[in-house]
Design a binder for this molecule. Structure first.
Ligand code: PRP
Ligand code: GLN
Ligand code: MG
Length: 492
């Protein structure tokens, strides 16, 4: 880790920087009973691209055969050509965009997964992470299971395959009861979808004419003109049939605890989650931040993209002008990976550039939604100073991230999180800002319309700030062990 000395932080050595931040999660999409199932799935995945950029896949079913196309890379690079869509025949399809949390970004881990079961084909995709996947995998392998991938998702296939229940939905539920997870799933042929007992990851249900649609976010319904019906409830399995929708519960109903980071950073601002507009919530977080941590500046500057709505809220509440003092290049994804150190130092200029005439000689209030490793903050503060900013005050619309995620977000190890072992002043010095402040944990809840966090029954999953994980983390219990999941080298 680099030094935290203030003088050095103003002229940071960027050579250590890695693209090791809060990466995205995954997006799932499924459609049942529509003649253009694959084409609509490709559109849905395009709308969910922000949730994962490593790989994309679609599996369709025509009543007799499954068809599968799974690729490393972006949806737009692989699923826009007529021949590819034509190969994915049938009136039901599922799709996935992946950011790996278990198993590398290699072809054998690209979802949706497919297997032949005794009762027919089964395809599955998943957003989240099974916190006991390694434990289950070990015991399955001992019993003779032959794993084809290194992703946690595959464990579900084995559990369903081994179930002795009669109906598919019963087999599926028996499998779900064995995993500890954050997980919306969608499984065609059986047209079933499930959301984890806490509802940590979002999953919505929509209707397009006679078709049922399931997606991680409402923005994927909007792109195909589907009507929002409702959210899949936590602990619910829904099964789409030509006669309607069946609903089964696999755990008793209790209050959901969505991951609060969906609102802060992951979801697209035009999505509606839990009845709240993500855009409005982000703006409200910015307003609350302005109330809690006012700053003396000439103008508010967002760190684009995800810092923009909070910055608008901050500017409105503080009465300061809002200016785009940083321009973001839209041809660089959320997770651009620079190939070597020398190039990495240029990385920030590839993604963000100073709008010099706006910031020169000004005292600016920089707003971002989160600080993970501090990579972005260090780069941007330095860039603002090089562009001639007089003062740089940094305000963050989420509390300090002190704990890693194990539910589908690829966070760095705890010791790489900037806030894990530093005081506020140490973080300020590290970033090189003139002042630094984060919204409080209660402030986040206020922005969501509550008086404060209910410590007895927290309204959201907020372990990143509080260290309070809602599920057991079974794979991490006991002494840390290096597990080799496979003897096959993981290459793309
Ligand atoms: O402290 P760090 O490790 O740099 O991570 C935090 C940054 O990462 C995210 O942005 P990202 O660049 O991923 O995406 P965005 O363009 O959607 O804001 C987030 O919005 C912060 O800007
Ligand atoms: N980010 C995610 O939701 C990933 C899903 C799954 N754990 C995988 O690694 O494929
Ligand atoms: Mg950002």
């Amino acid at each position: 880790m680099p030094v935290t000395d203030e003088a050095e932080a103003h002229e940071p050595d960027l050579t250590w920087l890695e693209e090791d931040r809060l990466h995205e999660e995954c997006g799932v999409f499924g459609i049942f009973n529509h003649p253009d199932a694959a084409a609509l799935t490709a559109l849905g995945l395009h709308a969910l691209q922000h949730r994962g950029q490593e790989a994309a896949g679609i599996v369709s079913f025509d009543g007799e055969h499954f068809h599968t196309e799974r690729r490393l890379g972006l949806v737009g690079d692989h699923f826009t050509s007529r021949p590819v869509i034509d190969r994915l025949g049938g009136d039901m399809a599922v799709g996935h965009v992946r950011y790996s949390t278990c198993g590398d970004a290699v072809m054998r881990n690209v979802q949706p997964l497919f297997v032949d079961l005794e009762s027919g084909g089964f395809s599955l995709c998943h957003n989240g992470n099974l916190t006991n996947a390694l434990t289950l995998r070990e015991s399955l392998i001992k019993k003779g299971a032959i794993c084809q991938s290194t992703t946690d998702t595959e464990v579900i296939l084995h559990l369903v395959a081994r179930s002795e229940k009669r109906l598919f939905v019963e087999k599926y539920i028996e499998a779900l009861l064995q995993v500890e997870a954050a997980m919306p799933w969608w499984a065609p042929t059986r047209n079933s979808s499930a959301r984890d007992p806490y509802g940590i990851r979002p999953l919505v249900l929509g209707r397009l004419g006679e078709a049922w649609v399931l997606a991680s976010e409402t923005c994927a319904l909007d792109i195909i003109g589907a009507e929002f019906v409702r959210e899949v409830e936590n602990g619910e399995v829904v099964v789409a049939t030509r006669d309607g929708l069946e609903s089964h519960r696999f755990v008793p109903k209790y209050p959901a605890r969505l991951c609060i980071f969906e609102y802060i950073y992951f979801a697209r601002p035009d999505s509606i989650i839990g009845g709240r507009s993500v855009y409005d919530v982000r703006k409200e977080m910015g307003r609350q931040l302005a109330r809690e941590a006012p700053a003396n500046g000439d103008m508010v500057v967002p760190i684009p993209d995800s810092g923009v709505p909070a910055a608008i809220g901050y500017a409105q509440e503080s009465g300061l002008p809002f200016e785009f003092g940083i321009i973001r290049n839209h041809y660089v994804g959320r997770t651009f990976i620079e190939p070597e150190q020398r190039i990495r130092q240029l990385g920030v200029k590839l993604k963000h550039s100073a709008n010099e005439l706006q910031v020169k000689g000004k005292s600016i209030v920089l707003i971002d939604d989160s600080v993970v490793r501090g990579t972005t903050s260090v780069k941007i503060v330095q860039m603002m100073r090089e562009a001639g900013a007089k003062e740089v005050h940094m305000r963050i619309s989420s509390p300090p991230i002190t704990h890693p995620d194990f539910y589908g977000i690829d966070t760095p190890d705890q010791d790489k999180l900037l806030a894990a072992h530093r005081t506020l002043e140490e973080m300020r010095a590290f970033i090189g800002a003139d002042s630094l402040a984060f919204i409080s944990v209660d402030g986040i809840y206020k922005a969501m319309g509550y008086e404060s966090r209910d410590d007895d029954h927290p309204q959201f999953t907020d372990h990143c700030f509080t260290g309070e994980y809602p599920t057991r983390l079974r794979d991490r219990e006991g002494p840390p062990q290096q597990k080799q999941l496979s003897f096959l080298a993981e290459v793309g």
